[in-house]
Design a protein around this ligand. Sequence first.
Ligand SMILES: Cc1ncc(C[n+]2csc(CCOP(=O)(O)OP(=O)(O)O)c2C)c(N)n1
Ligand code: SF4
Ligand SMILES: [Mg+2]
Length: 350
Amino acid sequence: MTYLAKPRLHHPTLKTNKVGYTRRDYEGKISTLCAGCGHDSISAAIIQACWELDVEPHRVAKLSGIGCSSKTPDYFLGASHGFNTVHGRMPSVLTGANLANRDLLYMGVSGDGDSASIGLGQFAHAMRRGINMVYIVENNGVYGLTKGQFSATADPGSKSKKGAVNHDSAVDLVGMALQLGATYVARSFSGDKEQLVPLIKGAIGHRGAAFIDVISPCVAFNNHAGSTKSYDYVREHNEAVSRIDFISPAKEQVADPRDELITVPQADGTVLRLRRLKADYEPTDRAAALHQVMAQQAKGEMLTGLLYIEGEAEDLHTALNTVATPLNALRDADLCPGSRMLDKLNASLR
Ligand SMILES: Cc1ncc(C[n+]2csc(CCOP(=O)(O)OP(=O)(O)O)c2C)c(N)n1
Ligand code: SF4
Ligand SMILES: [Mg+2]
């Protein structure tokens, strides 16, 4: 029934948020993905996070590449700006858009094929440059759209639907993001909305490169025994290190006698409060996070939750000292330095 247009009308008593929108205003078109695909749950989590945070849809730019995952921006935030790039090229288009207009909230949605295979170089440079964005990879270990070939995130030893064994090492995007300097790194599961929604909210509030790897089972090609990205496998082999409790508007210090709470001040003045679930996990220590993620992976298990956060991080605009005004709002007088300044500049270069 995916050819049916979504009805515009909704119940008149639907709750509105602080900016006057109902949850329905954050939806997109009816999904054409397979019923049960993990990607649809991630779209629902993005809708919930944006509605609860009172994000104005027209202040969001959603960008993606090619794949079932990259189709999903059509299914959420229908009133936002959208750009569907060439396969694997979303990060560079997002970087350019962000440099031209820093006032929008940039949301990059990609797949494991899009970001870890053809787009691996683009992914790496977006992370190391610290672009202010929410970068979500909907990771199912296969190229779903082209009928289930192993992607670069497939674990060695995992089996395809037809029984072929993958012998290649897996690209771990969380490990790469940590090593390359991303300042907010998380892993989650499409089947755990309670964990995923706060992680997306935290990423939206973070100023810098925020990366979330969401294991998102492909029910058509990678949900069988022998897969390490199936619903059953992920449910049985994941351990959450933390839960985001809430994001408060003020930089308050909260002491917790049991040392279960970690408060991380953010650049925008809010405080992110994390509840520690794994006693020895320290989410503000990059090297320790990388070590624990890898150690857990070696046991065939995965850590989920907010794995690393650098509170008052800097983004590319700070590093480049760019003008705060979006380029399309600059006037001639701002853009033309005048002949005297030009002469001075030329003289300094001789
Ligand atoms: C330049 C280019 N090469 C190859 C393809 C074919 N292609 C389309 S989607 C895709 C892989 C998508 O996999 P992933 O990003 O994991 O998305 P999923 O469908 O699994 O969500 C490939 C190889 C393409 N569209 N463009
Ligand atoms: S082929 Fe896989 S990834 Fe694509 S829509 Fe179907 S279940 Fe989702
Ligand atoms: Mg995929």
